[in-house]
Write a protein that binds this ligand. Structure first.
Ligand code: IPE
Ligand code: IPE
Ligand code: MG
Length: 235
């Protein structure tokens, strides 16, 4: 019997940019800049791995509570990333999608996100899903509200609410659940990320800070995953 697990979807909590910069006596925003550069590198190496979905936690709903200076710097970096990314994703046949509370982002950023999604919609090698202004509890609540409204309007019967129909109300509709979740920087918590979707995901925590997380470590995790004994989560 072949017990090798195939990894179809990796989700990453890209943590540790601030500490990475602090260690070098640099401002936190320098760490975010290096972190953004690493997003491009890791996305490229993902293509070679055969993984079809990569979901990256770039900015949480809780991250809005950081200082105005830091939030502004992150939004500026995001803006630059969105401007540069089209060429990169088209050359690499990557489809990009965004999940999260979009209305909290500036109109300019929202427009760029939509443009990238539309332009790359037919690309097939990798789906890059970026969680921006994302919070899993908010996502679940908005699914509950949508379902409750359908029931109230007699469009849906209570007995027809299933795990599948619920999943279809989430931002991640149509995306399979992650096989692997990686969190960098040594923290061992989920921080409001994909709570419903990771029910049977295999978890990996590494002390490496996000800007230093590279291809070798990624390969190593995929290899370890392939020989883990999985429960229920298998695609
Ligand atoms: C992750 O790095 C990036 C974001 C949350 C935007 P942090 O900014 O959380 O860095 P640390 O955890 O303070 O080192
Ligand atoms: C989680 O990291 C969010 C992102 C990586 C975007 P945080 O650094 O914000 O999480 P906490 O505050 O340590 O839980
Ligand atoms: Mg952090």
């Amino acid at each position: 019997m072949d017990t090798t697990n195939i990894c179809n979807h990796i989700a990453i909590i890209m943590d540790g940019n601030g500490r990475w910069a602090k260690k070098r006596g640099m401002p936190r925003t320098y760490g975010h800049k290096k972190g953004a550069e690493n997003v491009v590198k890791i996305t490229r190496s993902m293509k070679e791995s055969g993984v079809k979905y990569l979901t990256l936690y770039a900015f949480s709903t809780e991250n809005w509570q950081r200082s105005k200076d830091e939030v502004d710097a992150l939004m500026q970096l995001l803006n630059e990333y969105l401007d540069k990314e089209l060429k990169e994703i088209m050359e690499n046949n990557v489809r990009i999608i965004f999940i999260g509370e979009r209305y909290m982002l500036s109109e300019d950023i929202q427009k760029k996100m939509l443009y990238l999604e539309q332009e790359s919609a037919k690309n097939t090698d990798l789906t890059l899903c970026i969680a921006l202004s994302y919070g899993s509890r908010q996502e679940i609540l908005s699914a509950v509200k949508s379902i409750a409204t359908k029931v109230k309007n007699d469009e849906l019967k209570v007995e027809d609410i299933t795990q599948e129909s619920f999943s279809n109300e989430l931002y991640t509709k149509g995306i399979p659940d992650p096989d692997i979740l990686i969190r960098t920087s040594g923290e061992q918590r989920i921080s409001n990320y994909l709570l419903w979707q990771i029910a049977y995901t295999e978890l990996f925590f590494t002390n490496t800070l996000w800007p230093d997380f590279g291809k070798d470590e990624l390969w190593d995790i995929i290899k370890k995953f392939s020989s883990r004994e999985r429960r229920y989560g298998k695609n």
